[in-house]
Design a protein around this ligand. Structure first.
Ligand code: MTE
Length: 346
């Protein structure tokens, strides 16, 4: 893993691992905004469900295990993935391709828990508080999602990842799993679920994790009131192999990678081996689930030695196409320009 920050642990998956439909937990990126909590004792852990509900609840891990379980294979991507490629540069963790991974998350549906608590008609947003520790003036990582997404049958309070209890890095004993949405929505180490009348008012909802409502240029002042909270991921593909700067023999080359589209489904991936002048269809992998990435591959026979720019471009069933240039925004969120690697055929 590539260590992007030590103070609060941030680990990036090397891009070449985007060649496996399920990302092993050992290669799954880690994004922490504050100090990770000390390992939680699952027997002592309690979850409070309160706010705009008729019956506030306190649940243990064994209470969660008694609820019906559901599994969702989801591609989780940090909103800041690809920030390193933003031009002009923006501040923040300089993620390249690998703040993304796909895992099978399992646990009770959030909707089932909320149903037990009985959401009042005034309950419009659902807030999650984690057990992680914010030092000094760093604000706590608390976020909320609208009630409609909270009640979606695929939104979970996940206790398992790839068939095993969540690891400490990924939120043991329970995390929100908000499929198709930016990773920030999936709060880890949840200790409180609170139903609110309004979107949670805190740093990581505003000004954090928002996009301007209109195009902005570097240096423009953005009024937080003229922004909206990030929700679904963009359409995007990344090239897992060959890697940037690879030296290849003049023989067949398998170009491969992954493509995803948040709440939409990937329709096609196109590959260019001439820097984007001409495109051909890649083959999509057989593994397929609604919120999960599609692996793709393309067999290429370079005609002669030389330098080539390989590009990948995904399209989805909502008509979205990976753009040539990503929309610039001050935090470098949702970078999804056509992916490019330069290779040398010798
Ligand atoms: N939950 C808590 N409690 N604290 C955090 O810092 N980071 C969020 C989200 N949930 C975060 C959190 C962000 S920004 C992302 S992208 C995902 O967790 C990353 O999940 P992972 O570390 O399991 O890959």
């Amino acid at each position: 893993m590539v260590v992007r920050s030590f103070r609060f642990i941030d680990l990036e998956m090397p891009g070449e691992f985007a060649n496996s439909w399920i990302t092993p937990v050992s290669h799954f990126y880690v994004r922490n905004h504050v100090f990770q909590p000390a390992p939680v004792n699952g027997r002592e852990w309690k979850l409070a469900v309160q706010g705009e509900v008729q019956r506030p609840l306190v649940l243990s891990l064994s209470d969660l295990a008694r609820l019906n379980g559901h599994s969702v294979t989801n591609t989780l991507e940090c909103a800041g993935n690809g920030r390193a490629f933003q031009n002009p540069k923006v501040a923040g963790i300089q993620w390249q391709r690998g703040a993304v991974g796909t895992a099978r998350f399992s646990g009770p549906r959030l909707g089932q828990i909320l149903e037990r608590a009985g959401v009042k008609s005034t309950g419009k947003h659902v807030m999650f508080r984690g057990l992680d520790q914010a030092p000094g003036k760093v604000p706590p990582f608390i976020r909320s999602i609208p009630i409609e997404k909270a009640l979606d049958p695929d939104t979970l309070l996940a206790t398992h990842m790839n068939g095993a209890p969540l690891s400490d890095y990924h939120g043991f004993p329970a995390r929100a799993l908000v499929p198709g949405w930016v990773g920030a929505a999936s709060v880890k180490w949840v200790s409180e679920i609170r139903v609110l009348e309004k979107e949670f008012d805190g740093n990581f909802m505003k000004p954090g994790y928002r996009l301007p409502n209109r195009p902005v240029q570097p240096g423009d002042v953005v009024n937080p009131e003229d922004t909206h909270a990030l929700t679904t991921l963009s359409v995007k593909s990344i090239i897992a192999a060959p890697g940037e700067g690879a030296r290849l023999n003049l023989s067949p080359v398998r170009i491969c990678g992954a493509a995803w589209a948040g709440e939409a489904d990937v329709r096609k991936v196109e590959i260019s081996t001439d820097g984007g002048r001409s495109w051909a269809l890649a083959m999509l992998g057989k593994d397929q689930e609604h919120y999960a990435w599609r692996l793709w591959s393309y067999d290429w026979m370079p005609k002669e030695a030389g330098e080539y720019v390989i590009c990948s471009r995904a399209s989805d069933d909502q008509g979205r196409v990976q753009p040539e240039i990503a929309v610039w925004n001050p935090s470098g969120y949702l970078y999804n320009a056509v992916d490019r690697v330069k290779v040398h055929v010798i």
